[in-house]
Design a protein around this ligand. Structure first.
Ligand code: HEM
Length: 293
């Protein structure tokens, strides 16, 4: 029986590290991925494979594709494909660093490191703006239904797709907004997290309201704040049984449907955007059968 990588549906950890890699020696990729399975269990470390890797191995994962890019009035949404993504989940920054090193050793020289982002929890699941993030996440069986592939057969069942974007906040800009404008940007009140019924159509939660899509677009978000010197923001992470729900939400956020742009763009911008397929687990080990490994 295949299971999902446990870290996907588990709670967000206190600390995390996100690593991305590009494929540097495709002929050694298969062996590198087998070594990766010795050090990444799907729980403490969640693993995803991007389109460049899957195609490089001569494989195909139905539904995996390249992240879309958009450019609108005063904003851009970039697409930055990567071959391999690891979400290291933990409690201790030193341990995360050493785990990163052992992952890097396991996949080298087939994969070269592209980025490492240190992330953390702020209070009880808050974005750095102070707003609670994750309130409307589906829970329990609904989370499994939204995020995990089922009914597609061995090797695919238990897998998941993930959209990842690094957003950089202009927190001074956000702080300079009156409290009411901040609340209308998100569509919830910071002080009690209540949804604002008459928020403008540009309010983030009006744009992204999952049950208003046809078909409904539920995802399991596991975003975490990040900071690096003076820069800070959110690593947005959304798992889905396909990439369709995320893509429908993003399309609405950029105003591609009705010309209304998500108010979040007033103070924050994405600097990366990638899609990955997260393989299932079998007998406690990542199951790479769908890639012919
Ligand atoms: C910097 C970027 C972002 C920030 C700070 C942010 C923050 C928030 C906050 C505070 C909420 C309200 C509480 C909740 O239900 O979680 C929310 C809801 C939500 N966000 Fe975001 N978000 C960001 C980007 C995105 C992106 C890129 C997407 C998808 C394309 C997205 C999808 C959603 C969804 C689906 C909801 C729940 C809507 C509902 O069904 O009520 N968010 N977000």
């Amino acid at each position: 029986m295949n299971e999902a990588q446990a870290g996907i549906l588990g709670p967000c950890p206190r600390l995390a590290r996100y690593l991305t890699f590009s494929l540097t020696e495709v002929s050694r990729a298969g062996k590198a991925l087998q070594s990766l399975c010795d050090v990444a269990d799907g729980d403490k470390t969640v693993v995803g494979f991007g389109q460049p890797l899957v195609l490089g191995l001569g494989g195909r994962i139905g539904g995996l594709r390249t992240f879309p890019s958009y450019a609108g009035a005063a904003f851009t949404v970039p697409s930055t494909p990567a071959a391999l993504w690891c979400w290291l989940r933990g409690e201790d920054r030193g341990e995360l660093l050493h785990r990163s090193r052992s992952i890097q050793r396991a996949v080298s020289p087939a994969f070269g490191p592209d980025s490492a982002i240190d992330a953390f929890q702020f209070g009880a699941s808050r974005d750095l703006t102070g707003y609670e993030d994750g309130t409307e996440n589906p829970k329990g069986k609904k989370a499994t239904k939204a995020a995990i592939v089922q009914g597609e057969g061995e090797g695919l069942d238990g897998s998941s797709f993930v959209a990842v974007q690094q957003w950089v906040h202009d927190l001074d800009r956000f702080d300079s907004m009156p409290a009411r404008e901040q609340d209308n940007t998100v569509g919830r009140r910071k002080k009690d997290n209540k949804e604002i019924a008459d928020a403008p159509p540009s309010a983030h939660v009006k744009r992204a309201a999952q049950e208003t899509f046809e078909p409904q677009a539920f995802v399991v978000r596991r975003s975490m704040p990040w900071a690096d010197g003076a820069r800070a923001g959110l690593v947005f992470v959304a798992f889905g049984k396909s990439l369709d729900a995320f893509e429908a939400q993003l399309k609405r956020m950029v105003g591609a449907e009705d010309g209304v742009t998500d108010a979040l763009f007033k103070f924050t911008r994405p600097i990366s955007g990638s899609y990955f397929w997260c393989p299932p687990v079998k007998n406690g080990r990542l199951d790479l059968r769908a890639l012919g490994l």
